[in-house]
Ligand binder design. Sequence first.
Ligand code: AKG
Ligand code: FE2
Length: 297
Amino acid sequence: MMTAPKPSYSCACFYTDNIFIQEFHVHVLSSQGCRTSEQFRNVLETESFLAAEFLTAVKYSKSPQANVEGLLHHLHSITDKRIYRLPVFIPEFCAKLVEELENFERSDLPKGRPNTMNNYGILLNELGFVDALTAPLCEKYIEPLTSLLFPDWGGGCLDSHRAFVVKYALQEDLDLSCHYDNAEVTLNVSLGKEFTDGNLYFSDMKEVPVNERTYAEVEHITGQGILHRGQHVHGALPISSGERWNLILWMRASDVRNKCCPMCDNEPVLVKTLGDGDGFTSVREDREQTVDICTLT
Ligand SMILES: O=C(O)CCC(=O)C(=O)O
Ligand SMILES: [Fe+2]
């Protein structure tokens, strides 16, 4: 059996219930103009940009005896809220990535914005970074970790993601309101640059009543990532100087979201989208899209 590329879907709630909704455009770049430099591409072909501790944690997670207790020796648990810190990229890579993104920002190429809450920042699919960087990162490196840490949130069957960079600066966005992500699992990696304040804060899962929530603040350390459940309520405090850039991966598991949309908490009402959609799949379409090779020969 061979499966054709699956169409992508959003839940209709995105168009009706989204309190941050703004006019939102997704642009696809033509191949000329914005291409990552050869030097940058070469870095992506090796593991040299990944932190040694990250590679060790991934290797452990892929080993036959791996379990969550063992993995926790390789990560830093922030409180008991299932929020984990770990080094992901070497700092030199973060600096290169930001430089590349700044070149893109300066260009007059059309730009979509990461999500309805950020006015600045960059969608990484517009630079070809999904195939080159974030898809292999999710599949080969992050999923072994999340399958142990978040099996109850589809951590072992993540099948799509939205990759973007958020940017905060004094004349631009300063902070990010309290929210939960359109994701089952999120990775947030600090890319620098220099800034003061702007810590992340985590409350509780969204079903916890507001008056029972407690808050934990989390500092940014360049190259280090924070792994958390998408439905964990969080936000970012204002920076008071400099520029803050973070790479965000909203990772989705269609097995989980097809049953209940994480944004409206109902069974999703599927709307076919032209772009990447929000990681929902249609069982009926899957059946239609599946080609039985035997019938072709
Ligand atoms: O500002 C940050 O680093 C957090 C971004 C975030 O939570 C998001 O984009 O979903
Ligand atoms: Fe978020």
